[in-house]
Write a protein of this length. Structure first.
Length: 477
């Protein structure tokens, strides 16, 4: 026999007190299994709704089926007698029972039976009926076999059992089942109505907990994705470093092989004898020249890899005193022009167009000089051989940076090379080391600055812009 149970709207003070205690317990956890335990303990506790056993089943929309999630209660009369006798002796409070999830055994026979329950949603029985109409039913012997799905047969041990819907925002989340197995006490209509009201409240909390769980899973996925990305980035950096090391070894080996081979050949020629004094002197001069070139290359490499930590205002008489960039640029230009004159090579015109009121910078001035020398020398090589070769140094600023630009009308930079010019050992110039601009970038990054390159392409010149942090700190940062 199947009896629909109507909803009740009037509750006694004791019943409202019970529901208040249960509400507090439902709100105490965001763990799904713990919430299942609280719901089923409330259904089975003698100080709760007093059902012999209770089970929770939820809809799996992706698989279109109803699945057992948890069950609490005995599977036979002996186990029932043992459990209820122990609880009578201990006489625990309802609050104490509700918070015993840590003692719950998932391996209990009844729970194993419930969690093995699977029912396709397309079937027609009392479970799917409750899911559709959201109502509550009390079933009493004699049961109607066509209404009872086979997985629900363990609940036929008692003379009665109840099925009520667990509602959620957009439908029914599942069903809650309770019975009076191994008990001679009949299930009352009031008992069923209380369980149905509790199931409604539990459904809203279940909805919230599942949303929180989904959010936590997404957060965990994002965290894992971030960690995977972080690891991938570091693997890439490690592989890039290894590739750079290999490239550096290849390049250094190439640069060392030529002068060492030449020196070895010249020395062997002298050692064989038979050369005139003039020939020995000539061979010795060639050895010296190659040795000087070799020493210069080695020093250049060592300066790059041993770049020290720059000091702010390190050349000033007092630590932290800022330096006028106009003076620094003028000094560098004078040094470069003096070097060109000493080498006797025809130099390009170097012009300055710096605004006289450029803000000061508090940086290691020697390091910045190294940067400017390297960038200007790079431009000098770019305009070598051009009758109208010209280099223009400009200066400007904004709230954060003092900018020094070095522009030339030389050979320019190919579009595909614009992002490579600051990489160590990259060069398009015969005899170049490919370290000058890399050296400049490394210095500027340690100073808190940066450098950028611009070019419209081959034969159209290039502009290198150096960014240095302002020393007067106009933003207070």
């Amino acid at each position: 026999m199947v009896t629909p149970i109507p909803k009740e709207s009037f509750w006694t003070d004791d019943e409202m007190g019970l529901l208040y205690i249960l509400d507090e317990a439902l709100h105490s956890t965001l763990d799904l299994d713990n919430l299942f335990f609280i719901i089923l303990t409330a259904a089975t506790a003698g100080s709760g709704f007093s059902f012999s056993r209770a089970a929770l089943f939820l809809v799996d929309e992706s698989r279109k089926r109803l699945e057992g999630k948890m069950g609490i209660g005995p599977t036979n009369a002996e186990e029932a007698s043992r459990i209820w006798s122990r609880l009578t002796r201990e006489n625990p409070s309802l609050q104490n029972l509700l918070f015993r999830y840590a003692k719950f055994s998932p391996d209990s026979p009844f729970n194993q039976m419930v969690t093995g329950f699977v029912l396709p949603l397309g079937s027609d029985n009392i479970c799917t009926q409750v899911l559709r109409d959201g109502k509550t039913y009390l079933l009493s012997q004699p049961y109607e076999p066509h209404l009872i799905p086979k997985p629900l047969s363990p609940f036929l041990l008692g003379s009665q059992f109840v099925i009520t819907a667990i509602p959620e925002r957009f439908g029914t989340a599942g069903i809650l089942v309770g019975d009076n197995a191994f008990s001679i006490r009949a299930i009352s209509e009031r008992q069923v109505q209380l369980l149905a009201l509790f199931a409604e409240r539990a459904g809203s909390i279940l909805d919230m907990v599942r949303m929180n769980q989904a959010l936590q899973e997404k957060v965990a996925e994002l965290k894992k994705s971030y960690l995977d990305l972080y690891e991938a980035r570091h693997r890439l950096l490690r592989s890039e470093k290894l590739a750079t090391i290999g490239q550096a070894i290849t390049y250094v080996g190439h640069e060392l092989r030529e002068p060492v081979t030449a020196i070895g050949g010249l020395a062997k020629s002298i050692n064989r004898g038979g050369l005139s004094e003039e020939e020995v002197r000539s061979q010795s001069q060639l050895i010296y020249q190659r040795t000087v070139r070799l020493a210069r290359f080695i020093n250049f490499c060592l300066n790059f890899v041993r770049l020290g930590e720059p000091q702010r205002g390190s050349l000033e008489p007092q630590k932290g005193v800022c330096y006028k960039i106009n003076n620094l640029v003028a000094e560098v230009c004078a040094e470069v022009l003096a070097g060109i004159k000493e080498e006797g090579s025809p130099g390009a015109k170097i012009k300055q167009d710096l605004k006289p009121d450029l803000p000061p910078v508090c940086v290691d001035t020697e390091q910045v000089k190294h940067v400017l020398v390297n960038v200007i020398e790079n431009s000098l090589h770019s305009v070598t051989g051009l009758p109208e070769g010209e280099i223009l140094l400009g200066g400007d600023w904004d709230n954060d940076w003092v900018r020094i630009s070095v522009a030339d009308n030389g050979v320019g930079i190919r579009n595909e090379d614009i992002n490579k010019v600051f990489e160590p050992f990259f060069t398009t110039r015969p005899g170049g080391y490919g370290l000058g601009l890399a050296f400049a970038r490394q210095i500027l990054e340690t100073l808190g600055g940066r450098i950028a390159a611009e070019s419209e392409g081959t034969g159209k010149g290039a502009t290198f812009t150096i960014y240095l942090p302002r020393g007067d700190n106009p933003q207070g940062g």
